[in-house]
Design a protein around this ligand. Structure first.
Ligand code: KG4
Ligand code: ZN
Length: 354
């Protein structure tokens, strides 16, 4: 394939306006972001209603709906930003990790768009994207900081030294925390996805009424395990067959308290170990009110500043991909238009070279 000669699309060399595209799971998203921080538009088409009856994401359905949504979503993001395609300076798209069939739709579209318009293109690691979501608000962290990434697919702690260097300090050995929320919600008959429902229910319950185990593994290390608590909730429901629906709020509150306590403890410990004055919580579960409150209280006691994206930027979106892509493109990274997507990519460096 002959590659176009890369150059900046806009005459303004001092700022960079990036079109971001995300389709790693069940959200088709596009966004326009300037300099990795200034959000001009962000459009997210959720497929939640499509997958809801199946109790989880059906990959084949997800790919088909991405195909239908990608063109109108990108058009909408450009229209909302008020900029014309000529004013774009680059294109960034999620290259992995995620569902291959879903990733392919956004990634292929983005490559074709960049090629057609002669724009530089970079593939972005979805996890790097989540970390950059915290720079899209009014209260960005200062480097270095420690980030807790909590989503449906990942639960990890990173030391973030600068925009392109993220060191993994620990991660879940089994279920991701969002996955545990979704599975517990399913057991309680609360539908899919269940994180937000459990969060709202927990606010009405007594966290001391039903106590679930806190699984720390090694208290000095930063790996997690959430499969045990999921099993404990299941056992509780089986041994108390009449507890639903009356006791549902107490079960939710007990579950959330156990999960949040471990996440908060490890995040603060990681910041202390690395002597970071700033921490961030990112990913879909960063929308959790119990987690936000708990981390804010613990951080205030430890003299650490907490940074959390707006709720709309916690879940999957393309603004975070444009923000991460900005730093790659600014650093001169380019992804070959022959590049493929990756279902699994560890964080660390950008997926320009996965
Ligand atoms: O980041 P995200 O949109 O997608 C992934 O990359 O996985 O995260 C989705 C996850 C789901 O498991 C969902 O249940 C969870 O985030 N979630 C929440 C809340 N809102 C969404 N979990 C707990 N509390 C919430 N308020
Ligand atoms: Zn995500």
């Amino acid at each position: 394939m002959t590659l176009p000669k890369w150059g900046l699309g806009s005459a303004r060399m001092d700022t960079m306006r990036i079109l971001g595209i995300e389709s790693s799971c069940d959200e088709t998203a596009a966004a326009v972001v300037v300099d990795g921080v200034e959000l001009e538009s962000s459009v997210v088409a959720s497929q939640v209603a499509i997958h809801h009856p199946y109790g989880g994401v059906v990959p084949e359905l997800a790919s088909r709906h991405h195909v239908e949504a990608i063109v109108p979503i990108v058009a909408q993001a450009l229209a909302d930003s008020g900029c014309s395609p000529d004013q774009l300076d680059g294109v960034a798209a999620t290259q992995g990790p995620g569902l291959v069939g879903s990733l392919l739709v956004g990634f292929s579209f983005a490559k074709a768009y960049a090629y057609a318009r002669g724009l530089p293109f970079v593939g972005v690691n979805h996890l790097d994207g989540h970390i950059h979501s915290v720079f899209l608000g009014a209260d960005p962290p200062a480097y270095p900081f420690v980030a807790l990434l909590v989503s449906g697919g990942h639960t990890s702690i990173y030391h973030v030294a600068d925009p392109t260097h993220h060191e993994l300090m620990g991660q879940t050995r089994d279920d991701a925390v969002g996955e545990a929320y979704d599975k517990v919600a399913k057991m309680m008959g609360l539908g899919y996805p269940g994180g937000r429902v459990i969060d709202e229910l927990a606010a009405q319950g007594d966290p001391l009424r039903v106590r679930f185990p806190r699984v720390y593994l090694d208290k000095r290390a930063f790996d997690f395990s959430f499969s045990g608590i999921k099993t404990a909730v299941n056992r509780h429901l089986q041994s108390h067959p009449d507890c639903l629906p009356d006791e549902a709020a107490h079960v939710a509150a007990g579950f959330q308290a156990a999960v949040v306590e471990v996440l908060t403890y490890k995040l603060i410990q990681a910041a202390r170990l690395r002597q970071c004055a700033h921490i961030a919580i990112v990913g879909g579960v960063a929308a959790n009110q119990g987690l936000r409150d708990s981390v804010r209280a613990a951080a205030a006691e430890a003299g650490i500043q907490v940074h959390i994206p707006a709720i709309a930027l916690c879940g999957d979106n393309a603004a975070m991909i444009a923000a991460a892509g900005y730093h790659c493109l600014r650093a001169g990274m380019r992804t070959d238009l022959g590049a493929d997507v990756y279902s699994r990519v560890p964080i660390g460096g950008f997926s320009a070279a996965p």
